[in-house]
Design a protein around this ligand. Structure first.
Ligand SMILES: Cc1cc2nc3c(=O)[nH]c(=O)nc-3n(C[C@H](O)[C@H](O)[C@H](O)COP(=O)(O)OP(=O)(O)OC[C@H]3O[C@@H](n4cnc5c(N)ncnc54)[C@H](O)[C@@H]3O)c2cc1C
Length: 598
């Protein structure tokens, strides 16, 4: 069976119009695009009739649902309790995730607005997914896939489509001696976790860390979907130690555009496996199961939270410079992750985490930084916080302990009867039901921290903050990571510039829950335009020192220029070729996919 699967891909490659690594003929993609436009819509003569939908419903064991737009009901009665709940802020990310009609981001001004599918298959397993894929291909219905629903780009929703919704496929199971199919004798058995494609990271962390005492590399946000994050590349708070989520993928079960269920790993369907590791969610196949490496769990995790205010522009320049000095000397290594935020108000917010250090080791590591701040009382104000540096037994990091709940470090899904493991970080809650105004990301090479370049970097950060605040996500650039983490990340489709970057700079702006069609709840378009322009100017200031900084596929500008090079760098051509091979008719469509025309 496995041999048959591998022959399928090799055969397809032989028949492909290009060799791997070559440029696919434009005509092939123009034809694929034309086929996309040929998709049928409700009211078209080709739109499936009721009997056909019922046949699909029977094929998936009654798992087909007709989706109604909650926004349409709200438009008719904007003062109804249902409408209030929809636009409630802060929103509950778990409740949004459980609604087939919603996405975590409600839209992006000038780009997209959340729009439910016409029908959804609430899939229970790969066979349901295969039936949906066959139906969409044969009836020329637009197909879309949603897991955790966290796409900023709106790629898990499409109006008039058939949705494959994986939310219920959320089994998580640890395997103490996993060997990928066809890899016996080539790879030693290892501890791994099997995740249904609809699982979100909180569910995986609960099974692997809280219950299993291990570590799996997932995302920072606990409600992000496993399948979506792995296909993004995927960075978590401790990626500087463990690499990307894609780098930890050992095997995936997928349904390809021809409706076949296939296994992909390092020994079977290798090219598709590689494309799934960072090639962007929803571009190559529907993933139905993922198996990820389980790493040994460090003893401790901890956090450093502090705000320093500079008293003038000149003092802020000094603060940026001394922060980058400290970063270069201490933070570019496996112990550290998360963010240094340089605000427009001449303040620095430190929101860092650490692993594998005791609290006193972390305090000692930060002592030179605090000493430098204390040495400039006329220039800097350090906000007092009794919980400036905290640590915890790593095993309880994602557990909703009373201590963490009382101090507001972690929140729980507040719906009656919700599992107590439905947790999220308070810092992520503002993004639930958000409408994006603007976004940019770029990787900053570690070479910029060399003494000769550090001044230029500091000046670029200062210049950027005249327009918008800059968050340096140290965990999303892998410079300083251990060799195995780097090797695994190198064997993925993500832009290789992330390997030598000390951080991913992210600049974003959003408003609260809004929808253009609901009176009283429309987005503030003028504000959005102003903020998007400010973000663009700030990013341009950073790109002066990092012109080849690319962008992270899942955390990037909807209007990203030259996106294939930005997202995938030197891997873009190979991805295009694989797309042409495994999905020649363009069944899987996303915004800015690897085969789209620039
Ligand atoms: C609040 C928030 C925090 C975030 N934090 C992080 C972070 O810490 N690190 C990081 O790296 N990224 C982060 N992201 C980005 C996130 O990883 C990506 O947006 C990711 O793709 C979301 O996956 P999802 O399943 O939740 O979303 P979805 O919107 O459901 O899916 C995203 C894409 O993947 C496709 N997809 C989903 N499931 C499948 C499947 N089973 N088979 C094939 N395609 C599928 C969808 O079609 C869509 O194109 C964050 C995003 C948000 C909104």
């Amino acid at each position: 069976m496995v041999g048959e699967r591998r022959r399928w891909l090799l055969g397809a490659l032989a028949a492909a119009p290009v060799a791997l690594g070559g440029a696919a003929p434009l005509a092939a993609f123009a034809a694929a695009e034309a086929r996309v436009r040929e998709r049928v819509h409700p009211g078209d003569p080709g739109w499936p009739g009721e009997a056909e939908w019922q046949r699909l419903n029977a094929a998936v064991g009654g798992a087909l649902v007709k989706v109604a737009s909650p926004f349409a009901a709200c438009r008719d009665d904007p003062r109804s309790p249902a409408c209030d709940a929809l636009f409630r802020s802060p929103a509950n990310p778990w409740a949004i995730g459980d609604d087939v009609a919603l996405t975590q981001t409600f839209g992006w001004v000038g780009a997209w607005t959340t729009s439910p599918s016409a029908y959804a298959v609430v899939a229970k397993g790969a066979a349901d997914v295969a039936a949906a894929v066959d139906f969409a291909r044969e009836r020329r219905v637009r197909l879309v896939v949603k897991g955790g629903g966290h796409s900023y780009q709106g790629t898990s929703n499409a109006p008039d489509s058939l949705l494959v919704w994986t939310r219920r496929m959320n089994d998580v199971r640890i395997d103490d001696a996993f060997v990928a199919a066809n890899c016996a004798g080539r790879v030693a058995p290892q501890r791994a976790v099997h995740c249904g494609a609809g699982a979100v990271w909180a569910q995986v962390y609960d099974a692997v860390t809280t219950k299993g005492g291990g570590y799996v590399q997932g995302g920072g946000c606990t409600t992000v979907g496993v399948a979506g994050l792995v296909q993004s590349g995927g960075f978590g708070s401790f990626s500087k130690a463990f690499g990307t989520a894609a780098g930890s993928l050992l095997e995936a079960e997928v349904v390809t555009a021809d409706g076949k269920i296939r296994i992909c790993n390092a020994c079977t369907n290798e090219d598709l496996f590689w494309a799934l590791k960072g090639g962007g969610g929803g571009n190559f196949a529907v993933v139905t199961r993922l198996t990820l490496k389980v790493h040994p769990l460090p003893q401790t995790f901890g956090a450093v939270n502090v705000t320093v205010r500079a008293t003038s522009d000149a003092a802020y320049r000094k603060l940026i410079a001394l922060t980058l000095d400290f970063c270069a000397g201490t933070l570019v290594g496996p112990h550290w992750g998360e963010q240094l935020r340089f605000l427009r108000s001449n303040a620095l917010q430190v929101a860092m985490v650490f692993q594998g250090l005791t609290r006193s080791e972390a305090v000692a590591a930060w002592q030179p930084f605090f000493a430098a701040i204390d040495a400039g009382p006329a220039d800097f104000d350090l906000e007092f916080s009794p919980l400036r540096i905290v640590s915890t037994d790593a095993r309880t990091f994602w557990a909703p302990t009373l201590f963490k709940r009382t101090l507001g470090f972690i929140r729980r899904d507040d719906r009656p009867g919700a599992p107590e493991t439905n947790v999220f970080w308070p810092g992520d809650q503002a993004q639930a039901a958000q409408v994006l105004h603007g976004y940019e990301s770029l990787w900053l090479p570690a070479a910029l921290l060399q003494p000769a370049r550090r001044g230029d970097l500091a000046e670029a950060v200062f210049a950027a903050t005249r327009h918008w605040y800059v968050s340096l996500h140290l965990n999303k650039g892998l410079a300083g990571a251990p060799a195995p983490a780097l090797a695994a990340a190198r064997d993925t489709a993500t832009n290789p510039v992330m390997l030598d970057a000390f951080a991913l700079a992210i600049l974003g702006a959003h408003g609260g829950p809004a929808h253009p069609a609901v009176p009283g709840h429309t987005p503030d378009e003028a504000l959005a335009r102003t903020q998007a322009a400010a973000i663009e100017r700030a990013a341009a200031a950073l790109r002066k020192v990092a012109p080849d900084g690319g962008a992270y596929v899942s955390e990037s500008n909807y209007f990203q220029r030259d996106w294939q090079r930005a997202f995938w760098g030197t891997n873009a051509a190979r991805l295009r070729a694989i797309k042409a091979t495994v999905d020649p008719d363009g069944l899987f469509v996303t915004h800015h996919g690897p085969a789209d025309e620039a």
